[in-house]
Design a protein around this ligand. Structure first.
Ligand code: HEM
Length: 454
């Protein structure tokens, strides 16, 4: 799939291409602010319209200049397969202010590679399987509080659940720990605007001042926890914090406390709301489709332990179909550090922002026939490639918590649906709105407990 040959070629935007052969790219003419606002709040509409008018690859006008937006799996493949040194972090300045300069979500090049080598094992393989039982226990704690007839918001339940899972598995503390209140304070005080606009990361902006105070409280609490872990030294501990205290870089050095703060803060912010929203969406989609719900419930009731729950195929397919149709993150952003050939003979110059449109690829009818229909079976019938199904991004920056989140999601749903029967309260499906960097349900997905089974 190539960039559009049709549409009106834009001289000013096309000018940022180097050595461009016969291909031209065009894009909407509307002012940058209008385009960015629409992309932030109505991405589906805008992405589909731009693809129809300007082709799978087109230029959007960003506030700081043109952005190459592409919904081509071939382009995604080249971006994901490129040498990591090809790109720098998108919006690094803003991310640095929030997470710190050494957070894995901020760094690039050799430092990023070195960090991922240490951060990957605690969230994968045997370590992840060991978290399964803890995830199930946390799910049981939350689900067993539900009562017949009770109304609640799915998003509130899933948020409480994912927060407590992170507390247990990443920080190694219980829900009654002082850290919980501190984390909640920090998450509540966090202004999503600050991720997009480094200009407001200033003491005169009250939400930013509050965030800094909350982050300082988080760091102090984490320091106390680290000191206690060092004092008590228990090799049996499997939480991510204990593992990070024990691991060593290739040169034999340990991860220092300051870096541990930044990596754990990243896991908390990147890993908490994302999974919570996905699970709330799953419930909204599944509870409106009796056949899907019946099959989910049947599977849930067939699994007796966390390991079996984490392997449930249809439950996994429902989560995947939910992330396809309502991706939590709309695109995978990169910025070129050097000229980059996005397709043969088509070179982007250094400093060009690229966004791979998850939104666009997930709705491509040549990949997903009848893309607006929620049909989980498609994920059982076919294995989609990493550039066709990319809710977790891809390449050297692919989400570090993807496997963790999939594991956690299946265990939560199986625990919930084997213990209670639920129904939706609202006659219409939730609307997709921007909550943060993420896209979530506007009303939190109101539900009612029809019957408690266990
Ligand atoms: C449904 C849940 C989740 C979704 C949809 C999601 C999505 C994403 C996406 C799209 C990226 C950017 C990838 C790229 O640039 O190629 C990302 C990065 C990241 N995610 Fe997730 N995520 C989820 C859950 C989690 C969890 C549970 C954790 C941790 C426990 C986590 C930790 C991270 C980290 C550390 C990064 C930065 C990776 C890097 O820059 O090298 N995420 N995530």
């Amino acid at each position: 799939m190539l960039a559009s040959r049709s549409g009106r070629a834009r001289r000013d935007l096309v000018g940022t291409l180097v050595g461009m052969p016969s291909l031209t790219l065009s894009g909407p003419r509307r002012p940058a602010l209008a385009q960015m606002l629409e992309y932030a709040f109505r991405p589906e509409t805008q992405v589909q319209r731009n693809i129809v008018r300007y082709g799978h690859a087109h230029w959007m006008k960003g506030l700081l200049g043109p952005i190459l937006a592409t919904a081509s799996p071939e382009h995604a493949k080249r971006v994901f397969a490129a040498d990591p040194d090809t790109f720098e972090t998108f919006a690094a300045v803003s991310l640095k202010g929030v997470f710190g300069p050494r957070a894995v979500i901020v760094t690039h090049g050799p430092e990023h590679k070195r960090q991922r080598k240490l951060l990957t094992p605690p969230l994968h393989g045997p370590r992840l399987r060991a978290f399964g039982e803890q995830m199930r226990e946390v799910a049981v704690e939350h689900v067993s509080r539900l009562r017949t007839g009770q109304r609640f918001l799915a998003h509130e339940l899933t948020t409480e659940f994912t927060l407590d899972v992170i507390l247990r598995t990443v920080f190694g503390v219980s829900a009654s720990s002082e850290l919980r209140a501190i984390l909640l304070g920090m998450l509540e005080g966090f202004s999503p605007l600050a991720v997009f606009m480094p200009q407001i990361q200033r003491p005169w902006f009250p939400p930013w001042r509050r965030f800094l105070a909350a982050r300082a409280a988080f760091e102090a609490a984490l320091d106390r926890l680290i000191a206690e872990r060092r004092r008590t030294k228990d090799d049996a501990r499997s939480d991510v914090l204990s593992l990070l205290l024990a691991v060593r870089y290739d040169d034999g050095s340990a991860m220092d406390d300051d870096e541990i703060h930044q990596q754990l803060l990243t896991m908390l912010i990147a890993g908490h709301e994302t999974t919570a929203i996905t699970l709330a969406w799953v419930l909204d989609y599944a509870l409106r489709r009796p056949a899907v719900l019946a099959r989910l419930e049947g599977e849930a009731r067939s699994a007796s332990d966390a390991e079996a729950m984490a392997k449930l195929p249809f439950t996994g397919a429902v989560i995947d179909e939910t992330m396809r149709i309502a991706p939590i993150v709309t695109d995978v952003p990169r910025v070129t550090r050097m000229p980059f050939e996005i397709e043969p003979g088509f070179v982007l110059e250094k400093g060009t922002p690229i966004i791979v449109l998850i939104e666009g690829i997930h709705r491509d009818p040549t990949i997903y026939p009848d893309p607006s229909t929620f049909r989980p079976e498609r994920f059982l019938e076919k294995k989609f490639s990493p550039t066709e199904f990319l809710p977790f991004g891809g390449g050297h920056r692919r989400c570090l918590g993807a496997a963790f989140s999939e594991h956690e999601g299946r265990i939560f749903l199986a625990t919930l649906l084997s213990r209670v029967e639920l129904e939706t309260v609202s006659p219409t499906p939730s609307k997709r709105v921007r909550r943060n960097v993420t896209m979530g349900p506007d009303d939190g997905v109101p539900l009612r407990v029809k019957r408690v089974l266990v």
